[in-house]
Design a protein around this ligand. Structure first.
Ligand SMILES: [Zn+2]
Length: 87
């Protein structure tokens, strides 16, 4: 299970501590992610707005509905019969 808070912490090479990427504060690997989140809230207010800006501003591209092209390849029924007798 991954917590969103873990994005802001990096695990030490020995996998025993986690370090806050923002201030370097170390926590035991056993520290509940809730506590990590509290650290972020207390020490780094607005941390969640400082990054991941790109994810919230997705440009809205109107989906142009592609018209179904008339792919029923009917043979053109234009068959001028020039042999019709003119009135
Ligand atoms: Zn910190």
């Amino acid at each position: 299970m991954t917590s969103v808070f873990l994005k802001y912490f990096e695990t030490a090479p020995d996998s025993k501590t986690r370090k806050c990427k923002l201030c370097g504060q170390s926590y035991s690997i056993a520290t509940a992610t809730g506590n990590l989140g509290r650290h972020l809230n207390n020490r780094h207010p607005g941390y969640d707005k400082a990054s991941d800006v790109a994810t919230t501003s997705v440009p809205h591209t109107p989906q142009v509905a592609a018209k179904p092209s008339q792919s029923h390849s009917r043979p053109p029924q234009i068959d001028y019969d020039h042999s019709l007798p003119l009135p």
